[in-house]
Design a binder for this molecule. Structure first.
Ligand code: AR6
Length: 179
């Protein structure tokens, strides 16, 4: 399942699938501040990327929530992994929206600075970190809408949603926010 829309000369492709299989230049990991990739999409990425990826992750000591850090992709098809640390949902009054906006922006800046053409995101914070799916979809899509205008190199952004439910939620928000 796929849905494509154009935003400021960039292709935004929403798809259902496994982000470890993406052939974009970079994939984003939904990481924690320590880059201990023990659950969710992080564990799947680490498993597919291999040992060198763990070693690189361990050299990065701390990534503050709302920001990101870059490693190579190891055995993944993607050349880079951008580790974005999203907020843990605490009810909505602990700057969660600001922090989710900030992490998406930071990943886009890192990819654009590396002069990458394509990047794939998972639904950061919506799994173990408990961010409500509809609110996350709105914030992630709005951030992409507002931020793409500033990008020099990136031409393709993928949002890779793991379940049909997640895919449908993101598509309905993309239709109302971008069409
Ligand atoms: N491809 C795409 N999306 C996936 C995949 C996959 N292979 N596997 C899971 N998802 P989560 P968070 C979806 O929990 O909420 C980890 O332990 C999943 O269904 O991975 O930001 C980290 O180390 C959900 O929609 O990330 C942190 O400690 C989305 O990815 C913590 O979890 C994000 O879920 C981060 O929690």
């Amino acid at each position: 399942m796929e849905y494509k829309v154009y935003v400021n000369n960039i292709t935004l492709l929403l798809k259902q699938g496994d982000i470890t299989k993406e052939t974009t230049d970079a994939i984003v990991n939904a990481a924690n501040e320590q880059l201990y990739h023990l659950g969710g999409v992080a564990a799947a990425i680490a498993q597919a990327a291999g040992e060198q990826f763990w070693i690189e992750s361990n050299t990065i000591k701390h990534v503050p929530t709302g920001s990101s850090a870059v490693t190579t992709g190891g055995n993944l098809p993607a050349k880079y992994v951008i580790h974005g640390v999203g907020p843990i949902w605490k009810g909505g009054n602990e700057k969660e929206e600001e922090l989710l906006t900030s992490v998406i922006q930071d990943c886009l800046i890192k990819a654009d600075t590396l002069q990458l053409i394509s990047i794939a995101f998972p639904a950061i914070s919506t799994g173990i970190y408990g961010y409500p799916l509809d609110l996350a979809a709105k914030t992630i899509i709005n951030t992409i809408k507002q931020y793409t205008i500033k990008l020099q190199h990136i031409k393709h952004i993928h949002l890779v949603l793991f379940s049909t439910k997640d895919f449908n939620e993101f598509v309905s928000n993309a239709k109302s926010l971008l069409e």
